[in-house]
Write a protein that binds this ligand. Structure first.
Ligand code: DP6
Length: 413
């Protein structure tokens, strides 16, 4: 008896123009367009195996080994229903001899290679991996641009969006826009690629994982409160984001790091201003986050005075962690300065995936001439509890059978 199974992995994405606010909470339609960079799956990824079998008595999802509740009428169920509909209409209806996978229950196992405790959003890569694995299982996509597919990545982004808004952007590699759309059905609220990863190979990302015990407000409930109470959000939607989307797309096409950095930092700051403008206010940044902002701003100030160019751009999502974008020629200096202000825990050394420090740990660098060292204090060891250094990456990948998360009996390995 044949086994119907597929395994895919999908990347994390970090927005430069932030999605914050829904005009439809069920279909997850945003109040503004957004734009993100897809990070490399070599470092951060969600992997999902999906299997359809007529003998499965129910559909079950295991997330990092634990069974997840599939709530009726919930996000997960809507994604599954949409994928089944696509399988039925686009494949089974056209060929009566093809197995009716859409009528069978599924076993789905998903795993994030980064700890949820790191505070990195896993819903984007998670829902993108879920969507891509089932799309591969159902024969909807080859995930290979050189081969034809029944459904394009943009069409699959519509499905991932039903799981979590930001997930739609993880269906592509490189630089990705999520277009706000205007249709009440959501058919035009989809992700498109602005530029592939190869377009800007010198772009690096450094994630500063900030130590933070408290559990913040979730994106979903936070943005709903912002939509209900913030006047600043309305100004942002109407007067700020449309022009910024155009400007950042141009900056990306021109590989103009200075413009890219200015827009990215301004948009992160406006997103956090909008959070503060919410009633009651939402605080995602903490004192460590604000010190990272101060250090990057001071580095940019000194660099701009000397060379007329910026060296780094920070951005923060719904939590205190920073993502710092920078280009190859500056990345070593940025790491050394971050390590100087935020000394690393010896027991969790910097992994140095690009071997910048030839086997040793980054040492605290001397500050560039003219740098005002008092912009931030030197923090206690572990205030930034880890640094993840990565680059721009590709979209979902189909993985080999050997990487499947389900054993031959259909249960997690
Ligand atoms: C701050 O996509 O997690 O990261 O659609 O409710 O699942 P839901 O929200 P989610 O929100 C992400 C918000 C953000 C900005 C962004 O990624 O654009």
């Amino acid at each position: 008896m044949s086994v119907f199974q597929a395994t895919t992995s999908a990347p994390v994405n970090i927005a430069c123009i932030k999605y914050w606010g829904k005009r439809d909470n069920t279909l997850i339609l945003p109040t503004n367009s957004s734009l993100s960079i897809t990070l490399s799956q070599d470092h951060l990824r969600s992997t999902t195996t999906a299997r359809a079998d007529p003998t499965f008595t129910e559909t079950t999802l295991w997330l990092n080994g634990k069974v997840e509740d599939i709530k009726s009428g919930g996000r997960l169920e809507r994604c599954l229903a949409q994928l089944k509909k696509m399988r039925r209409e686009r494949i089974e209806a056209k060929d009566p001899n093809t197995p009716k996978l859409s009528e069978w229950n599924l076993h789905v196992a998903s795993f994030n290679n980064f700890p949820t405790a790191a505070g990195l959003a896993s819903s984007a890569s998670g829902f993108a991996a879920l969507t891509s694995s089932i799309a591969a299982l159902y024969g909807l996509s080859s995930f290979d641009p050189s081969k034809p597919s029944v459904s394009s990545p943009s069409e699959l982004s519509l499905v991932a969006r039903l799981g979590s808004g930001s997930a739609c952007r993880s269906l592509f590699g490189g630089f990705v826009a999520w277009e706000v759309g205007s249709s009440p059905t959501g058919e035009d609220s989809l992700a498109v690629q602005v530029a592939p990863q190869e377009h800007w190979p010198t772009m690096h990302a450094l994630i500063c994982v900030v130590n933070d015990a408290k559990k913040g407000t979730s994106s979903t409930s936070g943005m709903q409160r912002t939509v209900e109470t913030s006047a600043l959000l309305q100004h942002r939607i109407k007067n700020v984001v449309p022009a910024r989307m155009q400007a950042i797309e141009k900056a990306i096409k021109d590989k103009d790091f200075d413009s890219f950095a200015r827009i990215t930092m301004a948009d992160s700051n406006q997103f956090h201003a909008v959070a503060l403008d919410t009633a009651p206010p939402i605080f995602y940044l903490n004192d460590v986050s604000r010190s990272i902002i101060a250090v990057v701003e001071e580095l940019n100030r000194v660099s701009y005075e000397k060379t007329g160019h910026l060296v780094a751009a920070y951005t923060f999502d719904a939590g205190p962690n920073a993502v710092v974008y920078t280009e190859s020629r500056n990345v070593k200096q940025i790491i050394e300065i971050i390590v100087r202000y935020f000394p690393q825990v010896e027991s969790s050394p910097f992994p140095d995936p690009f071997n910048l420090f030839s086997g040793s740990q980054p040492a605290a660098a001397p500050l560039p001439e003219g740098f005002n060292e008092n912009v931030a204090k030197v923090w206690e060891v572990g205030s930034v509890k880890g640094l993840i250094h990565t680059k721009i990456g590709d979209g979902p990948r189909i993985l080999a059978e050997s990487e499947a998360l389900l054993a031959s009996n259909g249960l997690p390995k």
